[in-house]
Design a binder for this molecule. Structure first.
Ligand code: F3S
Length: 63
């Protein structure tokens, strides 16, 4: 599973950080860092993060 976060769209709502802290990390209010290749054991958490982002900034491709 690969993810891309549209950082122009991301507003720092941090739902992704709460739901999948091993994949997403927020530095400051809007500087989101993330792991583009999602480990298998994090997929379910990342799916929830994709669904929870209020501005749909996280795009995922299942592999
Ligand atoms: Fe940004 Fe959405 Fe996460 S706005 S910080 S990608 S919940």
């Amino acid at each position: 599973m690969q993810i891309v976060v549209d950082l122009n769209r991301c507003q720092g709502y941090a739902q992704c950080v709460f739901l999948a802290p091993e994949v997403f990390e927020l530095h400051g209010e809007e500087a989101l860092m993330y792991e583009p290749t999602v480990p298998a054991d994090q997929r379910e958490r990342v799916r929830r993060a994709v669904a929870a982002c209020p501005v749909q900034a996280i795009l995922s491709g299942e592999q």
